[in-house]
Design a protein around this ligand. Structure first.
Ligand code: MTE
Length: 336
């Protein structure tokens, strides 16, 4: 069993994610014919060892900058925040590797400026945002959201950004638009997981996600350009990512370059890989188990250390009850 201790936190992978759950996605990736997990884990361990000995010094870190934003009262929740060094070191971003510390280790030279984000498809007014637009087109605000990963761990994170509905409204959806499709940048030169199937698990990149248009227009659906008061670091999805607080974390696609409005339900990365395990909706639901584990409880990643193995009850829609009406009349065990 691999136990990795992260450089700046005392949390181990095994502490926050049950080993069986942690390995599950790797099982799916192996099922695609991917071999070489051993070398991948070895390289991840090696990278980690290097970081412990100081290779990831300040100069080699991606540079973030402070943002100015408002803090609307309704999004400032009482729960203790996950420490920044955990939310920015324990990540899922397979384009940079499958291990939890790979995204940080492998992404610090990722380039985000210039950047283009296109919003097109079934819209009256296709638009393209460049890097500066991401921070200036809309007033930005801080929202503290719970993030619940399908692997049964969760965090409490202060994102900075704007409502997705503002962006979509600007593009003026046509009446035939029913869904919204999202794509991550395709940049094998910068993303070792897209270049090598040994690093990225042989997923059919670019990573894709999708929402129903009414879900995307819900005020909670959020485009983050920052976290912990600063621009996003690459491991968290720089320069712009989706944050869907009532859905499992894999819906919250990172480093987005295209948002396309469509008439049909778009294909999404995880539901293509394992449709019986990862659905299009992926709403957090303690009553609908993953085929191999219960979703009734979760391990909250807080400031606790190695002995913090306590679990809390998972809440329906991750506690965001205001979205329930989007799904009235739907059997959520069928539309998981
Ligand atoms: N987006 C891309 N492009 N690639 C990924 O591998 N992983 C997803 C999601 N967005 C992923 C992604 C998963 S599984 C989770 S849980 C969240 O990002 C994790 O976000 P965080 O690392 O900022 O906590």
């Amino acid at each position: 069993m691999l136990i990795k201790k992260t450089k700046n936190s005392d949390e181990t992978e095994n502490n926050v994610t049950d080993e069986s759950i942690f390995n599950d996605r790797r099982r799916i990736i192996k099922g695609l014919g991917f071999a070489g997990m051993g070398s991948l884990l070895a390289s991840s361990q090696q990278a980690h060892a290097l970081s412990l000995f100081g290779s990831s010094d300040e100069d080699s870190l991606f540079k973030t900058r402070e943002l100015s934003f408002s803090k609307p009262e309704k999004y400032q929740i009482e729960e203790p925040l996950t420490p920044e060094l955990k939310a920015t070191r324990y990540n899922n971003f397979y384009e940079f590797g499958l291990g939890k510390d790979d995204p940080f280790e492998n992404s610090q030279s990722f380039s985000t400026d210039p950047w283009k984000l296109v919003i097109d498809g079934a819209v009256e007014n296709p638009i393209t945002l460049d890097y500066d637009d991401l921070y200036s087109l809309f007033d930005i605000e801080e929202r503290i959201y719970r993030l619940r990963c399908v692997e049964a761990w969760s965090m409490v994170i202060p994102w900075v950004g704007f409502s997705l509905n503002k962006l979509i409204a600007k593009a003026k959806p046509l009446s035939k638009a029913k869904y919204v499709s999202f794509r991550t940048v395709f940049s094998p030169k910068q993303m070792p997981g897209q270049k090598s199937r040994y690093v990225g698990g042989g997923i059919d990149y670019p990573y894709r996600e999708g929402l129903r248009l009414d879900e995307a227009m819900h005020p909670l659906s959020f485009m983050a350009v920052g976290v912990y008061g600063k621009t996003l670091p690459p491991q968290n999805g720089a320069p712009i990512r989706l944050v869907m607080p009532w859905k499992y974390g894999f819906k919250s696609i990172k480093s987005i370059v295209r948002i396309e409005l469509t008439e049909d339900e778009p294909k999404t990365t995880w539901s293509m890989l394992a449709p019986n395990e990862y659905g299009f909706y992926a709403n957090v639901n303690p009553k609908v188990s993953h085929p191999r584990w219960s979703q009734a409880k979760e391990r909250r990643i807080t400031s606790g250390g190695l002995l913090n193995r306590s679990r809390i009850d998972t809440q329906m829609f991750n506690g965001y009850d205001e979205v329930a009406s989007l799904y009235s009349g739907m059997d959520l065990s069928k539309y998981y």
